[in-house]
Design a protein around this ligand. Structure first.
Ligand code: G3H
Ligand code: 13P
Ligand code: ZN
Length: 342
């Protein structure tokens, strides 16, 4: 099975009323863990790379590692997606590398920090859509702005500061022609998402504007919605990091029931990076502490890969994508172009 266009994966998810995890990668072990989890659970999957990931891996390495995952798992629909592209040029570069889907995040200006105007977002997204659709490539856009900051991208705002305005959604989608829309409903990137603590100082889950998802879904019922910042930050994974010499603060992410609420109301793509980082790092720390004489990277990277595989298998089951890998014949980018964009 070749890499598939994301639009197909999300439309199939809509038919089956499930969500599909989009997992960030930077290296071989993360890609292998996602592919193993998808294979074990028979799940379609989105593998995504940020600009930082592409820079870190010098692009071709990551692309070829994802291609290896596709080759090894010919019966699993796999999407190769650019996360938080900041310009037409970045998206063109990813498409030239073979990405079957790109995100243009023009909710921020090209610096990845300044909140952009609505007009800038529409114009920039439209340009990317025109370019990508000529090649059958899917485009995810963002309206409103996510909280937090990752690798230089993000306005550093709180998750609840620039929520998506449901009144803008229909116009935005009509003017841009995007295939999927990332919505800001109070989530933020990274481990520290919450502003709420109980009287003992323990974090409480962030309060999401879940009613907005419902409202947005009503306005654009056929458009797949995307939830960024969807890590749950499981306390037991944070505890492993800290037990083995780490120093993470108490944290609380997005509860699975909130993600499921979203999936029941049009959320089809769920972005997760932080949980994978914590699982991976915890497993490595454990080896370092328990076997301080060990210096073969395989001895700590293999347990890290296993920990990540287990985490992702759980998420695939929770999101409902498990068991759906064989539901459909994969489309090529040419098919996508003919079917949706000509
Ligand atoms: O957008 C958020 C992802 O977690 C990517 O993070 O830019 O540090 O690779 P990154
Ligand atoms: P988390 O930081 O919650 O994992 O979100 C990742 C994300 O949204 C990537 O685009
Ligand atoms: Zn994101």
């Amino acid at each position: 099975m070749p890499l598939v266009p994301m639009r197909q994966v999300l439309m199939e998810a809509a038919k089956g009323a499930y969500g599909v995890g989009a997992f960030n990668v930077n290296n071989m072990e993360q890609i292998q863990a996602i592919a193993a989890a998808a294979n074990d659970t028979r799940s379609p999957v989105i593998i995504q790379a940020s600009r930082g990931a592409l820079q870190y891996s010098r692009m071709r390495y990551l692309r070829n590692l994802i291609a290896a995952a596709v080759e090894e798992n010919p019966d699993i629909p796999i999407v190769m997606h650019l996360d938080h592209g900041n310009s037409l040029e970045t998206c063109e570069q990813a498409i030239a590398l073979g990405f079957t889907s790109v995100m243009i995040d023009a909710s921020l200006e090209q610096d990845g920090k300044t909140i952009a105007s609505y007009e800038y977002n529409v114009k920039t997204t439209r340009e990317v859509v025109e370019y990508a659709h000529r090649l059958g490539v899917t485009v995810e856009a963002e309206l409103g702005a996510l909280g937090g900051i990752e690798d230089g991208h993000g306005a550093g705002i709180r998750g609840d500061e620039h929520l998506t305005d449901p009144d803008q959604v229909e116009d935005f989608v009509k003017q841009t022609g995007c295939d999927a829309l990332a919505v800001a409903i109070g989530t933020s990137h990274g481990a520290y998402k919450t502003l709420r603590y109980d009287e003992s100082g323990n974090p409480l889950p962030p309060r999401l504007a879940l009613e907005r998802i419902e409202e947005i879904h009503k306005r654009v019922p056929d458009l797949p919605l995307v939830m960024h910042g969807s890590s749950s930050v499981p306390p037991e994974l944070v505890e492993i990091v800290n037990r083995y010499g780490g120093n993470m603060q108490k944290a609380m992410g997005i509860p699975m029931e909130d993600i499921k609420f979203g999936i029941q109301r049009g959320v089809r793509k769920i972005n997760v990076d932080t949980d994978g980082r914590i699982a991976f790092t915890g497993a490595i720390r454990k080896v370092f502490v328990e076997s301080p004489g060990e210096f073969d990277p395989r001895k700590y990277l293999a347990p890290a890969r296993d920990a990540l595989t287990e985490l992702i298998k759980g998420k695939m089951t929770d999101y409902g994508q498990a068991g759906h890998a064989g539901d459909y014949e994969p489309m090529t980018l040419q098919d996508a172009k003919k079917t949706w964009y000509s």
